[in-house]
Write a protein that binds this ligand. Sequence first.
Ligand code: ASP
Ligand code: MG
Length: 308
Amino acid sequence: MIDIDKYLEQLKSPRLQLAISIQTRLITYIREFLLEASFKEILPVIISPVTDPLTDYRVRGEVECYGFKYQITKSMIFHKQLALHTAPRIFCFSPNVRIETADRQNTGRHLIEFVQLDLEIRQANREEIIKLGEGLFSTVISRIKQDAWADLKTIKRELPYFEPPFKKITYEQAVKTYGQNFELKLSEELSEPAWLIDFPLEEREFYDRQDETRPGTLVDMDLIYPGGYGEALSGGEREYELEKIKSRIRLKGIDLDSYDLYLKLAERGLYPSAGFGFGLERLTRFVCGFQDIADVRLFAKKPGVYGL
Ligand code: ASP
Ligand code: MG
């Protein structure tokens, strides 16, 4: 059950107030940066017949309307690809619901409902997306340091400036150095953000594009925060050709029928593209230097915990 007194105390806490004021600035900087770079902002999709499979999250959030089954958005990946028919560069502050297992309750960085900055660019390759991500991240950090220095001082957060280009580490190197659960160990050792690239095919969803010259390796990436804050964003180039998409879906053991509508649209042509999804609460947590992501999120819902 929810402890109402504790709940109200959290809502009124100066720590949360400060985080929300920082987050308001971060959203503004992101939007300004992307509008300046000729992006169009699209509105989020919350229910749809198709969403990101993200097969890690076993529970499917479903709602039935008028006898039709909709899924609650895990990510807007397919809508991003489709939105490129409308505009060549798009972004969205998109709510995602990922029903994580309860053992992730106290990681400090998992919420079952969160918002990510989702963006996608027609005809882009990974290198361009990496450049854009570095530019966006370093600009946002340098602006928040300048504008919110008093707030950052209150919470004793000393943020450095980060100068792109950021280092790149392959998945293979990361596993060799830190073992299978490398993400946090790598993040703890970093003093600047770094790109983790070239995930093996079986580690990711079917929409990340396979490198034709290196079968089994994807043209994708994560950005990892320094200081032990873990993953900032995930993205990559996308599969856009019907037969390749189908064979990747099959390889995952997923029934083609469940992507029927998406496949019909893909058959009519998708643009080659690349993009990423960048967790907003995690960015705010990193900027504030807080341990617990619930301290930057109103109405936080942690895995396994009942929330409002
Ligand atoms: N769909 C990915 C995710 O939400 C992000 C992306 O590749 O754009 O994790
Ligand atoms: Mg990810």
